[in-house]
Design a protein around this ligand. Structure first.
Ligand code: DGY
Length: 326
């Protein structure tokens, strides 16, 4: 019997053809919700899943009795119940490395836009309101030479810090579960406990993965520790930050400004005040969203699912070791 793969995110023709060589593919790139009847029908017969953004719950797994492997088109895997997948013998794969530099570019874009008020001032020009040289009430703040505090110092955090240290002459501090001596040597980065980092940094940039330990890692207490002039940037996951506390902190002017690519609810609800706050730059979760990188991520996901369903070792397994020991 030919195994079936359900693809629920857009991939290109070449990627689709690679999957179709050995497998039957149910291609549903427009699925917006796990309630979609076509999605549920295909799920019932799927041996493999390729997609992103849809939370895959244990209840959904109950409807997928043949499922062997999932290849997420993302590096983050907070949309998947990893322990539950392992318990059911289902392999989960992700797409590390290929999106590191693009997501770091997004991080730096947010740092620059928030510090230099680029979106706010571009809006002024667009509305035809630029009638004279701007006064100091619209000046931004320098990025070069400042202290960059990285909350999380994995691949993406390190790539942002590299841009700061080597391109902008920034001093780099980091808080991370484990020390990173090689990055300390390369970038002159210094380890700090989170509270110390928050009090010392001019720019605080969050890149930790979302898990039980990092849920609401940054809240009212943490914002209170920051400098009044601090710029706060989040390219990790929205739920790492207590968004209600962030809104209150921004209204109170501390942090001074924020650059956000991720939110507690995505798409951001219409009622959210964040996009309307002049000191906030809000992007629609575009960390990895370039043609080159999204193609590379889908390529990796295709390679992952093909290997997994053919009984080979996939390039980027998440729970391989846990599966072996379970
Ligand atoms: C990821 O890959 O985890 C990015 O946030 C895109 O979803």
């Amino acid at each position: 019997m030919t195994k079936r793969i359900l693809v629920y995110r857009s991939i290109n023709e070449d990627q689709l053809a690679r999957l179709e060589r050995d497998f039957h593919v149910d291609y549903l790139p427009e699925v917006a919700s796990a309630e979609d009847p076509a999605f549920l029908d295909a799920l019932a017969n799927a041996h493999g899943l390729v997609g992103a953004s849809l939370p895959i719950t244990p209840a959904l797994l109950d409807r997928a009795p043949h499922l062997e492997a999932i290849a997420s088109i993302s590096v983050g895997y907070d949309n998947y119940p990893v322990d539950e997948l392992t318990r059911r013998g289902i392999l989960l794969c992700n797409t590390p490395d290929v999106l590191t530099e693009t997501t770091a570019d997004t991080g730096f874009l947010l740092i620059m836009c928030a510090a230099r008020r680029a979106i706010e001032l571009a809006g002024m020009v667009q509305r035809g309101e630029w009638r004279e040289s701007i006064g100091k009430e619209l000046f931004g703040t320098d990025v070069h030479g400042k202290t960059l505090g990285m909350v999380g110092f994995g691949r993406i955090g390190a790539a942002i810090a590299r841009r700061g240290a080597l391109g902008f002459g920034m001093r780099v501090l980091y808080s991370n579960a484990s020390p990173k001596p090689e990055l300390e040597a390369e970038l002159g980065a210094r380890h700090r406990e989170l509270d110390e980092l928050l009090t010392e940094a001019d720019i605080v940039c969050v890149t930790v993965p979302l898990n039980a330990d990092t849920h609401h890692l940054i809240g009212a207490r943490e914002f209170a520790l920051m400098k009044p002039s601090a710029i706060f940037v989040n390219v990790a996951r929205g739920k790492v930050v207590d968004e209600t506390a962030l809104i209150e902190a921004l209204r109170a002017g501390k942090p001074h400004a924020a650059g956000l690519d991720v939110f507690e609810r995505e798409p951001l609800p219409e009622t959210s005040p964040l996009p309307h706050m002049p000191n906030v730059v809000a992007l629609p979760h575009i960390g990895s969203a370039t043609h080159e990188t999204r193609t590379a991520m889908a390529d990796r996901a295709v390679a992952n699912i093909l290997a997994a369903l053919n009984g080979e070792r996939p390039p980027s397994p998440v729970n391989e070791l846990e599966l072996k020991s379970s």
